[in-house]
Design a binder for this molecule. Structure first.
Ligand code: ALA
Length: 481
């Protein structure tokens, strides 16, 4: 791989809405800076164009004989093939199933993977709740611990694999953490899981837009058995995600959601299920979401993903370097330079004496910068990183019953995609420096039920504002006829 540092933003011209201006507390309009790509990325203009095109021909999928239906059916089927190529899946042994998002994909898989009474699932303390809770409903889940700087404790994993050898149904890991950005050595983990007769599932929600994914051939000890993706985290926010992997587990028994589209023959007392993926895609499918995701996948495959990764890594290193010297800052996870192989562009921190939700609110209301704060649907990991004591955890668990989230622990998160720039990091750093000096304008009040802060006297913008500054019209790219 070419190791030259690349500080040029990649893809800046290809993202919809990057020039949108938003109002600040003092009434000024500024260009919005989106540092919340781990939650959702904005759409690629190519994706919006494909969606507009397909909408002109929109009709039923797998259910009609008219030209538009046939065209939409072909586009939907082709989207499955594109996603298979995107993750390097052998279509002879793997199936692509479109779902709503990664969470739905994991629930589907958890419903399906054979989990006898004696079997366990190994997950980790680093997971998003979506790669933990669905497994807990179906099996005993063992959580691999983390090291003090937030990395996966692989020695602990090795011990668990050894201790439960022969009883492990699945190793369920994230490809990259949505809290620290740490990238897991998924192929090494796959080899270890397969060596003890287990399968591996990779939650690739945070990986897909940032690193190449390759399932590898099924007979390779390093192959990934199942992978899940979300379109809205890979520049295609049109309500689709995908679950990809071995078809065999989905053929045993009834589908998760029986109904239209899932069957071959139905009598009043019997049913023959359709083949894959149809039996797992109940009801009329989300054609628009599927073609949008396929368009994003094509764009990512055509791009030099190593270049995108290098840019994001360089930006992350730059941000870490500048953040590190802010007085009173605590950075979570490894605070050293970012290599494009070990971390995607996600950084979490706290500022001394300032509630994480307050910092996030000021960045939004006074800096026009979008970030996320809290626990990012990964409370066990955040608790580890914050070093919460047993009594603090108990306190935390009591809070929801009292509907008081005011003192909830958490962090501020910034997360990059390929289009972000050093200049945007500079604006963030300037804002954070001001915040540490308490140099901000608003008087912020916390809503105890939500934990969120809003400035006194502020009125939320209504939807009519969209018309005022034409965010919608900029998004819509005219279709050439
Ligand atoms: N899982 C997404 C996040 O981390 C929503 O923000």
């Amino acid at each position: 791989m070419d190791r030259r540092v690349n500080d040029e933003p990649a893809w800046k011209e290809r993202i919809a809405g990057l020039e949108e201006r938003v109002p600040l507390l003092d009434g000024r309009m500024v260009r919005y800076i989106n540092l919340d790509n781990a939650a959702s990325t904005p759409p690629l203009i190519d994706v919006v164009g494909v969606v507009q095109e397909v909408l002109r021909f929109y009709s039923s999928v797998h259910r009609g004989t008219g030209f538009k239906s046939r065209l939409c059916t072909a586009a939907y089927d082709e989207a499955h093939e594109t996603i298979a190529r995107f993750v390097g899946a052998d279509p002879r042994t793997n199936t692509v199933m479109f779902v709503k998002n990664t969470t739905e994909a994991i629930n589907k898989l958890a419903y399906r993977v054979p989990l006898g009474r004696d079997r366990v699932v190994i997950s980790t303390r680093m997971e998003h709740h979506s790669n933990d809770l669905p497994w807990r409903r179906r099996a005993a889940v063992l959580h691999v611990g983390v090291t003090p700087d937030g990395r996966l404790d692989e020695a602990h994993l090795d011990r668990l694999l050894d201790e439960y050898r022969g009883r492990i149904a699945l190793l369920a890991v994230s490809g990259a953490s949505n809290v620290t950005g740490l990238v897991q050595p998924i192929h090494r983990l796959a080899r270890k899981a397969h060596a003890v007769g287990a399968r591996i599932f990779v939650d690739a929600a945070q990986l897909a837009a940032h690193r190449r994914i390759n399932l590898k051939p099924n007979d390779d000890p390093e192959h990934l058995d199942f992978v899940a993706l979300s379109g809205h985290k890979m520049y295609a926010p049109f309500g689709s995600g995908a679950l990809i992997g071995h078809g065999d587990v989905f053929l045993d028994g009834d589908p998760e959601h029986p109904g239209g589209g899932t069957v071959d023959v139905v009598t009043t007392n019997d049913v023959q299920w359709a083949g894959l993926p149809h039996r797992e895609e109940a009801g009329s499918p989300n054609l628009v979401g599927a073609v949008a995701m396929a368009a994003a996948a094509r764009a990512l495959m055509a791009a030099d993903m190593d270049r995108l990764a290098r840019h994001e890594a360089s930006l992350t290193s730059y941000a870490l370097e500048r953040l590190r010297v802010i007085p009173g800052i605590t950075l979570y996870g490894p605070a050293d330079r970012c290599e494009d192989t070990d971390r995607v562009g996600v950084i979490t921190f706290n500022l001394q004496g300032l509630h994480h939700a307050l910092v996030a609110a000021i960045l939004g209301y006074e800096g026009g910068i979008g970030v996320r704060s809290g626990c990012f649907c990964a409370q066990p990991y955040v608790a580890c990183l914050l070093g919460l004591s047993g009594s603090e955890l108990t306190e935390w668990q009591r809070d929801p019953l009292e509907v008081n989230r005011a003192a909830r622990p958490g962090m501020v998160r910034i997360s990059f995609a390929a289009y972000n720039t050093r200049q945007e990091v500079d604006v963030l750093i300037e804002m954070l420096s001001r915040i540490t000096r308490r140099d901000y304008e608003g008087q912020y009040y916390q809503n105890k039920e939500s934990g969120e802060y809003t400035p006194a006297g502020h009125e939320e913008p209504t939807l009519s504002l969209l018309g005022d500054h034409r965010a919608l019209s900029n998004l819509v790219v005219p279709v050439a006829r």
